[in-house]
Design a protein around this ligand. Sequence first.
Ligand code: ZN
Ligand code: ZN
Length: 363
Amino acid sequence: MTTFMSSPSRPSGDLALTLAALGWHVFPLSARDKRPLANCLDCRDNPECARDDYTACPCLPDGQWCHGVRAATTDPDRIRTWWRRQPAAVPAVAAGPSDLVLIDLDAHTDQLPADPATELLPGTPITPGDLPGGFDQIRTGRDVLLLLARIRGGNHPWPSDPVHRPVSVVTPSRGRHLWYRAPRTDGGRRLRQALGTLGWQIDIKAGWSYGIAPGATTAKGPYQVVTGDPAHVGRMPDWLADEVLRVATDRPVPPPAPAPAAPPASGGRPAAYLTTVIDNGAAELAALADGRQRALSALAYKVGGLLSWSGLNRGDVEDRLVDAGLASGLPQRLTRRIVHRALTNGLARPLAGPTRHASTAVR
Ligand SMILES: [Zn+2]
Ligand SMILES: [Zn+2]
């Protein structure tokens, strides 16, 4: 554990090898933009590689890094080869293959959602007794997870006892990554859904979703392990496992959001609304077995229509959509092309934002 906490300048390849030896499945990200390294030219032109499952791609059995998270491995020879070719690559960890779940607690300076009582923890109403100090004390995903612990009557979300202690990482943006052993679903099935939102600024990454490796350093700074041991990753407290299973196992596809109507009443926090649309769309995308290209295109088109109204920056939104596509396993070049085209088309047909009532119904 101390090695993870005290060697910020460790070469990326060594970190990848160390984690792989502990059963963490790793793959390389570009040091420049923290996205998976590009596929080879053969994959670009191979129609089989545009399929959703990549089973026909010859590069994966051949040990190439094509298709990002799908290439994740614990094979030290493969990892040595990758980092010999790209010594600056940032190691990422594929959650599901490593039998891990990442709880990603953001610390954005976003405004609170329009209706915090129902939107901070969708599906879990918050009563005044849960939060005696009022909503003003909620700033980050960390605050929301602590609130959820209180509502569920559970113990601390990241306990210090070795059985339950996650690998806890402070990110360069002052967020927190909590890596836990994946909880068992009924019947021992693996978590199916790659992404889920447990609450405001709390994302769940499981299955074919991934996170920057604990101990890695990017251009923005270190992902510093503050507690926990990658060799002995703790289990979630039961209350937290129940919550994660609730949002990260198969669930019925939610009904479509109501059609946008009048402009927002009282300012309506359009940026937060559109961010929620993207996050929920990303979660649904990750849950699809097929049809992801079409779903990504539809999402980007809708987001494009709401972009001017939201006041969000196009570049940021495009990045988020590309991340959603990549996290669902779509290949990089295809993802960028779909997002760019659909977002541009959507922007050309602007929509009015929803009413406040509609915004609380988005799931
Ligand atoms: Zn390839
Ligand atoms: Zn391929």
